[in-house]
Design a binder for this molecule. Structure first.
Ligand code: ZN
Length: 229
């Protein structure tokens, strides 16, 4: 039996997970959920979870594993057809979240297989990329661009989205200081999550994230052949 797939994209903030996800959604019709988007959505809607997230982030704390896992589980269960391949972006971020996903898969997602994909990236390139990163202000579009003069992802017209014509915005948390903190926190946990899956006998597909998103996508398509794409 061919199983549906859940793709777990690993890589620090700014490694290109979002861009790669957008291309996969566009080319393969997969669904995509990022914990960052879910958090922002809950804050915007003012839900109980949103209020807890807001408090945690105002106090400089991370949102608890239970809250994050609960949000992701709700999203998965809310999908009309839980029979489609999808990408989890930013989840699981800790060992505990990986255990929670494991449990959810045993209960609700027995016909799914995990595919683990890690974007490796050089730290200096990453800092440069993040400082230059802007995204479309139209929530339904969300296309990501770079303002770097040498980037292939530069918008045709400065600060205007090529796809929908909306204005582009810089992400507020993309200062170097915030970046360093987020990276530190990210790497603390990435290894424990990766080890969790290696212990389970899964392999990790490595992609060179220092390339343009188009090249990363081409490499990814080659990896996908192993999974019957
Ligand atoms: Zn747009």
């Amino acid at each position: 039996m061919i199983k549906n797939k859940i793709f777990l994209f690993f890589g620090p903030p700014g490694s290109g997970k979002g861009s790669l996800s957008s291309m996969c959604v566009e080319h393969f019709g997969w669904k995509h959920v990022s914990t960052g988007d879910l958090c922002r959505e809950h804050i915007k809607l003012g839900t109980a979870i949103g209020k807890q997230i807001k408090t945690a982030s105002e106090q400089g704390q991370f949102v608890s594993d239970e809250i994050v896992a609960g949000m992701v589980a709700d999203w998965i269960i809310d999908q009309k057809e839980v029979s489609q391949d999808f990408i989890l972006d930013g989840f699981p971020r800790t060992h505990k979240q990986a255990e929670m996903l494991d449990l959810l898969m045993k209960k609700k997602l027995q016909n799914f297989q995990l595919v683990l994909v890690k974007l490796n990236i050089n730290s200096d390139l990453l800092a440069d990329r993040i400082v230059n990163r802007v995204s479309c202000s139209n929530k339904d579009c969300g296309q990501i661009y770079s303002t770097s003069a040498v980037s292939k992802s530069r918008p045709k017209v400065s600060m205007v989205c090529d796809k929908c014509g909306s204005g582009l915005v810089r992400r507020s948390d993309d200062s170097i200081e915030a970046l360093k903190l987020r990276l530190q926190a990210y790497y603390q946990h990435e290894q424990e999550v990766v080890d969790f899956y290696i212990d389970k006998g899964l392999s990790i597909e490595m992609l060179n994230g220092d390339q343009s998103v188009q090249d990363v996508f081409e490499d990814f398509k080659i990896v996908l052949q192993k999974y019957d794409y």
